[in-house]
Design a protein around this ligand. Sequence first.
Ligand code: FO1
Length: 314
Amino acid sequence: MIVALAGGVGGAKLAQGLAMAVGPENLSVVANTADDFDLYGLRICPDLDTVMYTLAGIADPVQGWGVAGDTVATLGGITAYGRDPWFKLGDRDFATHILRTEALRAGQPLSVVTADLAGALGVRSRLLPMSDDPVATQIETLVGRLDFQAYFVARRQQDTVTGVVFDGIGRARLGPGVGEALADAETVVVCPSNPFVSVGPILAVPGMAQALAASPAPVVAVSPIVDGRAIKGPAAAMLESLGHDVSPLGVARLYTGVIDGFVLDETDAGWAPAVAALGMEPLVTRTVMGGSDDRARLAAEILAWAGALSRNRR
Ligand code: FO1
């Protein structure tokens, strides 16, 4: 079993590549749920949905999130009532949130609801929420503490980030199946997702560090920073404002003690010796993923390399 730890779009792309490389049944994806929030009375789980739609082959290829070709009639109706449609939910996407909310209200845990929704869309990999318990990322900024999606979408990541808080993390338990997947894993891949707000919450769930440490698998991470920039989103700005190097090395340092190997883009080959000096094996390759060929090639390359890595993180 291959286990991927994934946030949103970058995580979903590599997860799809891994599914293609090893067969979807041989992949479990542990997804961040700390971006989840309530809107219009519905439970929205952006990272779970981004991974689910991507693995189902129906994700919007341009945005990376939402459903390809989705319409926005419902949002149009909401706008007609004078509300600001600040979070773009397509009509088909609304169906996911409606059914999820109905099942959660009926008492089903998020892990069960997610498995049902993903299964109905034909996803054959296991999609595991990091926790069934609610955790909410809050971003400390110069204008005060903001809910994650207020920072990320409504205010377009314009605020300087001074801290990140995972509200509820102390009470959260690992999602069902997560510990078992890690115990069975051949390789664990930390996807090229934001280390603070996508991977950070997953690693912060009580029990996760122990489960990773106890896993027999090598743990490898892929840099979300290429040539000094984030592939997508605010990772570079966060590294800078939180006092880290805006480089693959800055990311690798955050994973010290957690990972055995670190994948850098070929444009960042010069950082490989410094990554190796952290006690991690570096792999330099082309990490920027366009279409499915790129995703499958990168995934296969990572797995072939990681399979020969020794566990050296402790
Ligand atoms: N991201 C945006 O930048 N703007 C949006 O309006 C938006 C809507 C949206 C709807 C459903 C969904 O599953 C994801 C959506 N995202 C949107 C992406 C999401 O906010 C972020 O990618 C993650 O939360 C960060 O990983």
